[in-house]
Write a protein that binds this ligand. Structure first.
Ligand code: HXC
Ligand code: NAP
Length: 291
């Protein structure tokens, strides 16, 4: 059931939605579902060939209309061009999904200053650039709109070995909550999704290279004992850019099967204790009553 489309047909008809990093992975999955719900879609990323191929495949699969615009989100002028091309093709833009990201695992002390900046520039500055360009346009045009930022659960917990990404995603989360308040008066909503593990080539090649994928199997970290299905993320994203979520503003919704909490609770590790030991523990803890 969780891998089934959730919203009713045509739920996004007439809306134009821009997805950064929309040519691959989760951006592609979300974009495909938005098209199925009747939205016009704009996808952007650096690789024009990947984008073009994805756009053609998406149109074929859904019958919808996709505009592919190559853009490095680190460059504000290129972002402004995405806005201009969107308006030229579709007449308006209703939602922006800041999904583009860069990441790799590394002990922090091995990173060059440029390696650190590269991730901050793509994730934080890229999301800021897109939000600023589209936000200025919406405010000028007095148009209600929404921004959806794809962050991670370590945006609020932090994480070793992906420190530039954690810093950047934490910043994006701060922007989400700040603008939800500041731009609420313009009818611009800001929300975020914090996904747990949803295996994609982009993320897995950079975060779990070689044998690490087997040694560090994410599903063992998730209380529900599985990784995420793209459709359940797409369902949540579609809901958050739709008018059905009109009163949700400034929220970050975690979709991780309970993964981050599993790492947080002090006694969560007791999962490893076999059932038959619990009876003797019960006797010992009850016996402690009088001590
Ligand atoms: C250490 C590295 C490195 C690595 C690059 N650098 N890779 N340092 N370890 N593995 C350093 C380089 O040496 C250079 O510094 C600087 O970083 C910039 O590298 P470039 O290759 O010039 O950058 P660029 O071409 O802009 O590519 C960006 C990238 C690349 C981030 C490095 O991996 C990329 O394009 N990624 C996009 C897709 C992606 O990352 N997807 C995963 C998102 S997953 P010097 O000092 O040498 O100049 C995600 C999910 C998290 O966020 C949660 C999952 C569960
Ligand atoms: P992905 O396929 O590698 O997606 C990243 C996308 O960002 C790519 O399409 C890439 O395209 C684009 N991109 C990178 N640098 C860019 C730049 N400078 N300008 C424009 N576009 C750029 O990985 P993914 O797993 O689908 O990740 C999508 C989002 O989900 C990311 O925000 C990630 O942090 C988040 N997330 C993923 C997981 C997971 O388990 N997969 C978990 C938590 C959060 P180009 O290379 O063509 O530019």
């Amino acid at each position: 059931m969780y891998n089934q489309p959730m919203l009713r047909d045509d739920a996004l008809k007439g809306k134009t939605i821009v997805v950064t990093g929309g040519g691959t992975g989760l951006g592609r999955a979300m974009g495909t579902y938005l098209l199925q719900l009747g939205a016009n879609l704009v996808i952007t990323s650096r690789k024009a060939d990947v984008l073009q191929k994805t756009a053609e495949e998406m149109e074929k699969e859904t019958g919808g209309k996709v505009l592919a615009v190559s853009c490095d989100v680190r460059d504000y002028e290129q972002v402004e061009n995405v806005l201009a091309e969107t308006l030229k093709t579709f007449g308006s833009a209703d939602s922006l999904i800041n999904n583009a990201a860069g990441n790799f695992i590394s002990p922090t002390e091995r990173l060059s200053a440029n390696a650190f900046s590269t991730i901050i520039d793509i994730v934080l500055k890229g999301s800021v650039n897109c939000t600023l360009a589209f936000g200025k346009h919406w405010i000028r045009e007095k148009q209600a709109a929404s921004v959806l930022n794809i962050v991670t659960t370590y945006a609020f917990t932090g994480s070793a070995y992906v420190v530039p990404s954690a810093c950047a995603k934490g910043g994006v989360l701060a922007m989400t909550r700040s603008l939800a308040v500041e731009w609420g008066k313009y009818g611009i909503r800001s929300n975020a999704i914090a996904p747990g593990p949803f295996p994609t080539k982009g993320a897995w090649d950079r975060l779990l290279p070689g044998e690490l994928a087997e040694q560090f199997d994410f599903k063992n970290r998730v209380p529900l004992k599985r990784v995420g299905d793209y459709q359940e993320l797409a369902n949540l994203a579609a809901f958050l850019v739709s008018d059905f979520s009109s009163y949700i503003n400034g929220e970050v919704i975690t979709i991780d099967g309970g993964e981050w909490l599993q790492g947080a609770g002090q006694f969560n590790g007791l999962e490893a204790i076999p059932d038959d030991l619990w009876e003797s523990f019960a006797q010992m803890t009850r016996a402690a009553k009088g001590s």
